[in-house]
Design a protein around this ligand. Sequence first.
Ligand code: HEC
Length: 189
Amino acid sequence: MWPRMLPILLVACLTSTGLRAELSGEDYLGGSAIPDPTERARVQALIDAERQREAERAETLARERAEEETRRRMQRDAEAASRPQGEVLTQTYCGACHAPERLQSARHTGLGWTLTIARMRWLNGARIPPEDAGRIRVHLARTQPADPARAIMEYGWAAVLALLPVAWVLRRWSRRSSATYRSPREPGT
Ligand code: HEC
């Protein structure tokens, strides 16, 4: 008998007015839940005061944030001003493409830095005004000099490159003089 009653019970449950919510949509709209006008005014005043406080809190927070930001910026500027100019320039210009630790690990002679910076400017597209490039070069050559092995290598290459044209001229010159010297005596050559 119970299984047969179940659908009836189900329909009864779903249609029964007793199961519906007691509140109507209007009850959620402001005011009508509190019928007494003085009480309503009191609650409204509380809500308004809380909203006011909330707005003030947001304003204070925004002001504090702005102050903090200004303070940080001033601190940064002061730090930048106290650091050597070359360091700041290096960070500004070279830091655009290189991580600081990568830059700091590089070591070159003065010549090496001149060539590296020239390569950055002419081949890699670093836009650095010439006078700043000069300051960066001086700074890097002083703070990140090459170790002796690298110095020998860099200046060695420079010396070889500088001597190449000299060697070429010397060779041509010695060939020509030996040719003019030999030709009358050795007809076969
Ligand atoms: C526009 C991007 C860019 C800027 C700005 C830049 N570089 Fe480079 N740099 C590169 C690229 C690309 C390479 C790798 C190719 C090469 O070695 O030429 C490189 C490689 C290097 C290397 C490794 C090779 C070596 O010779 O030891 C050093 C050191 C270096 N850069 C230093 C600098 C310094 C110092 C500056 C600032 C004056 C600078 N870079 C600015 C793009 C840049």
